[in-house]
Design a protein around this ligand. Structure first.
Ligand code: NAD
Length: 322
């Protein structure tokens, strides 16, 4: 039985990755500091609650910025594979306070790379982001697209982590795949993201806010598809690659709202608010490379994904107040 260490394993995507890996028969080591800086750490405890009973699952409350502690976990658990998802997310917050984005997303990633090298890990997958492409209007974005003009320190930190990772492949022959995720949504959704905020407001019959005229487009990608791509990448060492994982089907906020209305059957009240200058106009992944190298493409339509998100929210919001 192979051991996979998942950093950020209690977060939105990480908890779904841990669950999928356990279902596939891996031993899974979740490393997470359960901070409450972006959203309440108790919510993350809830996301992995049902996994705790599994004897192949272990949790370490470790901060990836603390190298000695991270080394202890690697030395004890000896993972063959590593999925590095721990990061400070949220594009807008990064503009206000960039420091944690540098210390966690860059220096924390450096610690993970060092531990992977010292432990001769077979394959490392790093969560990167479509935000490395900045606000480039030329779409769709393929992996060799320019990445020199990110809009926020978050995108800059993710691109920096990719560059750092490349040097560990080049100098130490580590297998590393950086996956550029695009606008994930679904079960265990991050509470600061639009699909969660809207879904919760709709179920609570509250007014929802739409940014600007609602024309901004996002490449919303169902978390189950993101997880499948992540597991495929983990199971296939490729030397060094950067691969987009996105739906490749951008949807405007206006159209997303129509989908929420249709799926929920609830007529929502909508208020417009000024749009944020940090936001990108459109995100759009070219997924030719993911198809070619990982045989991956998205399977869940936005309509079906929103249905699953609303079902999850209905089941969890009352009992857990997430
Ligand atoms: N959600 C998206 O749409 C999206 C898009 C692009 C990239 N990503 C990337 O995917 C990864 C997962 O994102 P998510 O949406 O699940 O976010 P998340 O905030 O839910 O998950 C990140 C996890 O990392 C943990 N973490 C943060 N700092 C840590 C530290 N110093 N030490 C240990 N653990 C720490 C957090 O507690 C959290 O559980 C991140 O790397 C993020 O940048 C996400």
């Amino acid at each position: 039985m192979e051991t996979v260490l998942v950093t950020g394993g209690a977060g939105f995507i990480g908890s779904n990755v841990c669950e999928a890996l356990l279902k596939k028969g891996y031993r899974v080591i979740c490393v997470d500091n359960f901070d409450s800086d972006l959203y309440d750490g108790k919510i993350k405890e809830g996301y992995i609650e049902k996994l705790i009973a599994n004897q192949n699952f272990a949790v370490y409350r470790t901060d990836i910025r603390h190298k000695a502690e991270l080394e202890d976990v690697f030395n004890k658990e000896k993972p063959e594979l590593v999925a590095h998802l721990a990061a400070r997310a949220n594009v807008r917050n990064a503009v206000k306070d960039p420091y944690p984005y540098i210390s966690i997303n860059i220096e924390g990633t450096l610690n993970v790379l060092e531990c992977c090298r010292d432990n001769a890990v077979k394959n490392l997958v790093i969560a990167s982001s479509g935000s490395v492409y900045g606000n480039d209007p030329v779409v769709p974005w393929a992996e060799d697209h320019l990445t020199g003009e990110p809009v926020s320190p978050y995108g800059a930190s993710k691109r920096s982590a990719e560059l750092l990772a490349y040097t560990y492949h080049r100098n130490f022959d580590l297998n590393i795949t950086c996956l550029r995720y695009f606008n994930a949504y679904g079960e265990n959704n991050r509470p600061d993201l639009v699909p969660y905020i809207w879904g919760k407001a709709i179920l609570d019959e509250e007014e929802i806010e739409i940014s600007g005229d609602g024309s901004r487009e996002r490449d919303y990608t169902y978390v189950g598809d993101v997880v499948r791509g992540t597991v495929l990448a983990l199971e296939k060492p490729l030397g060094f690659e950067i691969i987009n994982i996105g739906n490749s089907n951008p949807t405007s906020l206006k159209d997303l709202l129509e989908i929420f209305k249709r799926v929920s059957g609830i007529e929502v009240k909508v208020r417009s608010r000024p749009s944020n200058s940090v936001s990108m106009e459109k995100t759009f992944a070219d997924i030719t490379k993911a198809k070619r190298l990982l045989d991956w493409e998205p399977e869940v339509t936005l309509e079906e994904g929103v249905r699953r998100l609303l079902t999850w929210l209905r089941d969890h919001r009352l009992e857990k107040s997430v």
